[in-house]
Ligand binder design. Structure first.
Ligand code: NAD
Length: 435
């Protein structure tokens, strides 16, 4: 009997040369590391993946199944555990960027992450209340009874230690439709994302909230601003990791902090900064069958919580001159429920991640977001310089191969465009021109 997925940990997420393998070889290697069965591996192929008949039970008016590349990012370590990261994404450089950044942070001890208890917020809109303040106090006084009623709805979640945690009542004396109360049910969804669980609970509570408040409950729905369910991650990049030809590690650290600073002062840049973070988080959410629109809504509304849209991560220098990154954002992810088990590839992707709980998963997601952000900042702040240096280097190699006059530039350009800046290649290119 193979070990449960969540008990499996890859011997290492460092898989040198992984990128050089074929997709089948890569799948076999990951399968071996995580103890995937032949059926699991088959689920990663179009024939074994989501079938039209199954898709037809998931949404309406199905005409087919839509494919996306599924890649595995390597090198990630979170809280001392190596993690292989499945990512479904159409954009190039996302998987490579995460792998590259994770390797730099790995040298600095890997990512550290934690997450709050998985508490979601369910909202009830109460209209036609004659005295908002008095109704609010009556609802708060009925807290224990309301929590008990909410807990009667989902014995599975309550049995797992989750369920209703608290009631909040917010009064809005003026709105486009007059005074209203918004009642919050705080609900621990355990390993579920929790939307269905919370929606069911607030629907069940609504009649009692109407009775106590004397008002009329209209909307009953969870809030995607899941700010009771925050995930955080931080990590150190030793400055030496940021040294490239022509730039010291100290300068590399400074360049990245400078690039981050634009996002601090300018929301136009913060939007793109956060988009880079979500490149990684969304790709993992999609691969694992999680609701990425919910995670997106939570991230961006949290980024705007001060009234001004701001970056979700921060980059600074520590006392030793190394680069330190940190991130905090809502993370409503599940390892059960939704499409996580119904979608064959999502099930396998969760197995590859080997997460033990939604909370651990949330911490990994935060680390993925921070690593993706680092990859983007590094590329933006440093690669321009590297490209310039490569051009310079290519000219030197062209001259070493014997090029003179105009040919120096022409050979160098060929080497840069081919990405092969070697003497033997320069000689071969030069021979072509000499003919
Ligand atoms: P769900 O209802 O499919 O699964 C949750 C249920 O699984 C729980 O109620 C519980 O009975 C059971 N369960 C078994 N083991 C559990 C464990 N260890 N921890 C917790 N529960 C366990 O899913 P959900 O997470 O309640 O809802 C997610 C779905 O709701 C997603 O598909 C999402 O797209 C959708 N949704 C989202 C929104 C929104 O974000 N605004 C609104 C409506 C629906």
């Amino acid at each position: 009997m193979p070990a449960r997925w969540e008990e499996r940990v890859p011997p290492s997420s460092r898989l040198p040369g992984f990128y050089k393998l074929t997709p089948t070889q890569r799948a076999a290697l990951v399968g071996e590391a995580m103890g995937l069965s032949a059926d699991d591996l088959a689920a990663l192929t179009p024939d074994g993946g989501l079938q039209v008949a199954q898709a037809d039970t998931m949404i309406e008016n199905v005409v087919g199944v839509y494919g996306l590349p599924l890649g595995i990012a390597t090198n990630l370590t979170v809280n001392g555990r190596d993690v292989l990261v499945p990512m479904a994404v159409e954009e190039p450089s996302v998987v490579a960027g995460l792998s590259y950044a994770a390797r730099m942070v790995r040298v600095g001890g890997g990512f550290h992450a934690d997450a709050d208890e998985p508490v979601m917020i369910g909202q009830m809109q109460v209209l036609d209340v004659s005295d908002l303040a008095a109704a609010r106090l009556r609802l708060l006084a009925a807290r224990a009874d309301l929590l008990e009623r909410a807990n009667a709805v989902d014995p599975v979640i309550v049995g797992l230690g989750g369920g209703a945690r608290d009631i909040e009542v917010r009064a809005f004396p003026s709105s486009p439709v007059g005074p209203m109360l918004v009642v919050h049910l705080l609900y621990d969804a355990r390993d579920a994302m929790g939307a269905n669980a919370v929606n069911t609970a607030v629907e069940a509570l609504a009649p009692e909230v109407e009775r106590i408040s004397g008002g009329r409950v209209a909307l009953r729905i969870l809030s995607n601003l899941a700010d009771r369910r925050l995930a955080r991650a931080w990590g150190v990049v030793p400055k030496e990791e940021l040294a490239i030809e022509g730039l010291t590690g100290d300068q590399g650290v400074r360049r990245i902090i400078e690039a981050y600073a634009v996002a601090v002062v300018d929301s136009y840049r913060a939007a793109t900064h956060n988009k880079g973070i979500m490149n990684g988080i969304d790709a993992v959410a999609i691969a694992t069958g999680n609701d990425w629109r919910a995670i997106e809504a939570g991230a961006h509304s949290y980024a705007a919580r001060s009234g001004r849209y701001a970056p979700l991560s921060a980059w600074e220098r520590d006392a030793d001159g190394n680069l330190v990154g940190s991130i905090e954002l809502p993370m409503a992810v599940g390892t059960v429920g939704g499409a996580t088990k119904a979608h064959p590839q999502a099930r396998v992707a969760l197995g590859i991640l080997g997460t033990r709980s939604a909370r651990e998963f949330a911490g990994i997601m935060a680390a993925v977001g921070l690593a993706q952000n680092l990859a983007a900042l590094r590329a933006l702040a440093m690669e321009g310089i590297q490209r310039g240096h490569m051009a310079l280097h290519a000219r030197q190699v062209a001259m070493a191969a014997g090029a003179t006059g105009d040919l120096v530039e022409r050979v160098a350009e060929r080497l840069v465009s081919e990405g092969v800046i070697r003497l033997d290649r320069a000689q071969a290119v030069l021979a072509e021109y000499d003919e």
